[in-house]
Design a protein around this ligand. Structure first.
Ligand code: NDP
Length: 394
């Protein structure tokens, strides 16, 4: 048995630790990225924390042939993609070529336009069906656990779900004037894009940060939360039957929003190439170089996250409202795996998805979103792997 993980960034660090903590299930673990030293640094921490030795390799995942050769050599049961899936979904292509199961934590984004859509990943469905292999899309927290919370609610709490509000609160403080908790390119693109929610069969577009609502987060308190478009809405609209409205809210401080607006106003969030002193640069990529590396925030972030789903519907003829959520403490994550809670809450579900694939509990032929699988084994794993959840009846 073996597993291949591609990507040694903030999320990758957590996945590698958690794979090692479950080494009996995964067998030989290989961590690959373009920069070997990043993998080796993670492998060193994994060894210190868990005693498990993981292998490191250098690969450019944009090169389908090189990646397919690595997969053929290692013969992993599943490839975990926690690299940025920018280039033509090469990791999905390489898995197809080698008939190997695939898992990721985010949707594909064009380098030049941020679309946040599953279209291109879903387009692999027929080919994966024909090859008899399984692709699990969005096995992070949101998307990921939030999708599973919805399917769990549908299975155990409701006859019909009418509305879902996905709430993502990070009440952590890293002490820097401005930094992003995960890849700044993704984070800033997401936040500066127009908002969108789905109601009565239609998508309704909003201006960035136009809709603000104060939500009261258990164990955290009241926080300003802003309506954003988020990728899990696209699949949940298809897969949760009877749904009338679904929205996504994320908390931001005024300080964060002021910095972001300023960066946007001066053009630093642009994702197109601009000429600078005779070379071409992409402003948002340059900004990424300047900002603190999200992984470096780990040791200095204090506070908690609360991410969950506020769900309304009908059970046995009566109206019911629940909030199903997880609270995660930044410093506890750091003690366990040298990471902050944002990477932790993404990396743990990625490992759990891979574990269920390897154990044969989740599988099939084709491309799947999380809510299409039986939520029960995933929910059980969350409780034992570091992301326990609670359900509040409201
Ligand atoms: P980082 O940018 O920190 O890490 C990306 C990693 O991928 C780096 O190790 C990079 O290393 C590697 N990489 C990039 N391109 C290639 C390539 N062509 N070949 C091989 N390796 C490559 O990202 P994060 O860890 O913050 O995020 C990882 C993923 O998780 C992203 O897709 C993000 O969108 C997603 N995410 C999902 C969340 C969820 O809840 N679902 C929440 C947060 C993040 P190198 O350059 O050395 O190759």
């Amino acid at each position: 048995m073996s597993v291949l993980q591609i990507g040694a960034g903030g999320v990758g660090g957590v996945v590698a630790h958690k794979l090692a903590m479950n080494a009996q299930t995964f067998g030989e673990i290989t961590l690959a990225s373009r920069t070997l030293s990043k993998c080796e640094e993670i492998a060193k921490s994994v060894k210190e924390k868990t005693g498990v030795t993981i292998k490191c390799r250098s690969v450019d995942a944009d090169d389908v042939q090189a990646l397919a050769e690595l997969i053929n050599e290692l013969k992993p049961k599943v490839v975990i993609n926690v690299a940025l899936p920018y280039q033509d979904l090469t990791i999905m292509q390489a898995c197809l070529k080698t008939k190997t199961h695939y898992l990721d934590t985010a949707n594909y984004e064009h380098p030049d336009t941020a679309k946040f859509e599953y279209k291109e990943q879903w387009a692999f469905d027929n080919a994966y069906k024909e090859a008899g292999i399984f692709a699990l899309l969005g096995s992070g927290f949101d998307p990921g656990v939030t999708n599973v919370f919805c399917s769990y609610a549908q299975k155990h709490y409701f006859d019909e779900i009418h509305s879902i509000d996905i709430l993502d609160c990070n009440a952590g403080d890293h002490g820097y004037p401005f930094a992003t908790n995960f890849n700044p390119e993704i984070n800033l693109r997401e936040v500066s894009s127009k908002g969108r929610y789905w109601e009565n069969g239609e998508w309704i577009e909003t201006n960035p940060m136009e809709i603000m609502q104060v939500w009261d987060y258990p164990e955290v308190g009241e926080k300003d939360s802003y309506l954003l478009y988020h990728e899990e809405l696209e699949s949940l609209v298809k897969n949760i039957k009877g749904l009338k409205r679904i929205r996504f809210f994320m908390t931001f401080s005024q300080n964060y929003l002021n910095h972001m607006r300023c960066l946007e106003n001066v053009g630093m969030l642009r994702i197109d190439e601009v000429q600078h002193n005779g070379s071409k640069i992409i402003p948002i990529q340059f900004l990424k170089t300047l900002l603190p590396d999200p992984a470096s925030l780990a040791g200095r972030t204090v506070g908690k996250t609360n991410i969950g789903c506020y769900i309304k519907g009908i059970k046995e003829g009566k109206e019911r409202t629940i909030y199903i959520y997880n609270v995660c403490d930044h410093q506890e994550c750091y003690k366990e795996v040298n990471s902050q809670a944002i990477s932790y809450t993404t990396g743990v579900p990625a490992m759990i998805g891979a574990k269920l694939i390897v154990e044969g509990k989740w599988g099939g032929a084709g491309v799947f979103n999380m809510e299409e699988l039986d939520p029960d084994p995933f929910m059980e794993e969350l409780n034992t792997q570091g992301l326990p959840w609670k359900v509040l009846e409201l």
